[in-house]
Design a protein around this ligand. Structure first.
Ligand SMILES: Cc1ncc(COP(=O)(O)O)c(C=O)c1O
Length: 378
């Protein structure tokens, strides 16, 4: 099965990074709608375009009535931090984490917000903590897809529909590629540069009506910087969720995001982006099944991420590093080394913007590269 002769055909696009991720198929920067550039984001034109970001996102995602979508500063981190800083405190908090980013939220809750009434459930790379421990009376913090471990939450069955607390879900490497149970999610954040292949810049914050209720009924005891503030006089600043951003956004990045949304719409919506990502995972899965020296870091198949696919290889770390460098030098795969805090291995992005034919073309190169760094190929 193993091809140790050097392959000839390369992927048309070798961008398999887990963020920023590959641009959508057919992307052409000159096709962006750029009439907003050089104009005020608060002009009628600017507001209309930013408003469209919110409304088109809600429509494509099929958000329930009453859910708000806003563009906020500082990418996914900005969105998640502003949510935690604005809403945590009145209830005990259950934090679930199993990789680097979730651990970061956990650490900020303990060391920055210094909340006391916190239960932390964690698991090593490759596993999920016991989600059934979630107490519906508590606020719940978790990441839907652990980008650095390739372990995702398989569903929302563990979240109570009758919960009193709020669920805070960092969905940055899941949204548009995984089915999210909106009614079970109160605060959802993401950034543009993952599944949609957009530009890194702004965060997206989705709030359920119950999250809005929390914002309007609770004032945290700590100071909030202006870029975190979502209320005034105890009322939600609704305009943040209709296109009046807190501060100045990049309208170039906004145009790029709208291009990505139009692409999603043109291919058949979120069902199709989810399907594309699923096919991509299936391509890698077929390859892993053929090799006894390559393994998913995620232990259970239903928890395997279909976006950030993390693999371990029976290779010494130095050879793994050489493999990543070799594939980059051959211009067949860029940025596919495991995240710095994760176990050594490969992380190959399989989000919707990646073409499955490119993954197919990558496989013989992976076979060849492994043989080459092991001294078995020419
Ligand atoms: C799960 C998760 N959370 C947060 C972040 C940080 O996102 P950003 O750089 O958009 O702030 C990332 C980035 O990869 C991520 O994967």
């Amino acid at each position: 099965m193993r091809s140790v002769t050097k392959p000839v055909v390369k992927p048309a696009c070798g961008n398999f990074s887990s963020g920023p991720c590959a641009k959508r198929p057919g992307y052409d920067v000159s096709a962006l709608q750029l009439d907003t550039l050089g104009r005020s984001h608060r002009s009628a034109l600017g507001k209309a375009v930013l408003g469209k970001v919110c409304s088109q996102t809600a429509e494509l995602l099929g958000l329930p009535d009453g859910y708000r979508v806003g563009v906020v500063p500082a990418s996914d981190t900005g969105a998640f931090e502003m949510a935690m800083w604005s809403m945590l405190g009145p209830r005990p908090v259950d934090v679930f984490y199993w990789e680097s980013f979730g651990e970061g939220w956990s650490s900020d809750i303990a060391k920055q917000l210094r909340l006391r009434d916190v239960r932390t459930f964690s698991a090593p790379y490759g596993e999920l903590p016991d989600l059934s421990q979630a107490n519906p009376a508590h606020d719940i913090i978790f990441t839907w897809n652990g980008t650095t471990s390739g372990v995702k939450v398989p569903n929302g069955d563990w979240i109570s529909a009758e919960r009193e607390g709020l669920t805070f879900c960092d969905a940055t490497s899941a949204i548009f590629a995984m089915d999210l149970p909106w009614e079970k999610l109160d605060v959802v954040t993401y950034s543009w540069q993952k599944v949609l292949g957009g530009e890194g810049a702004h965060g997206m914050l989705i709030l359920s009506p119950r999250a809005v209720e929390r914002l309007e009924s609770y004032t945290p005891p700590w100071p909030l910087p202006k870029i975190f503030r979502m209320t005034k006089g105890g009322k939600l600043l609704e305009e943040i969720f209709t296109g009046s951003t807190i501060n100045t956004p990049s309208m170039l990045c906004v145009a790029d995001y709208l291009d990505a949304l139009d692409w999603v719409e043109s291919i058949g919506g979120v069902a199709e982006t989810i399907a594309r990502s699923g096919h991509n995972l299936a391509v890698l899965q077929g390859w892993v099944e053929q090799r006894d020296d390559v393994h998913f870091l995620a232990k259970l198949p239903e928890q395997r991420s279909n976006t950030s696919v993390c693999l371990t290889l029976d290779l010494p770390e130095a050879q793994l590093k050489s493999l990543v460098k070799l594939l980059e030098a051959e211009a067949v795969a860029f940025d596919i080394g495991a995240y710095r805090d994760a176990p050594a291995g490969l992380r190959i992005w399989c989000g919707a913007t990646v073409e499955s034919e490119d993954l197919q073309k990558l496989l013989p190169w992976l076979d060849w590269g492994i043989a080459k760094v092991s001294g078995e190929a020419v």
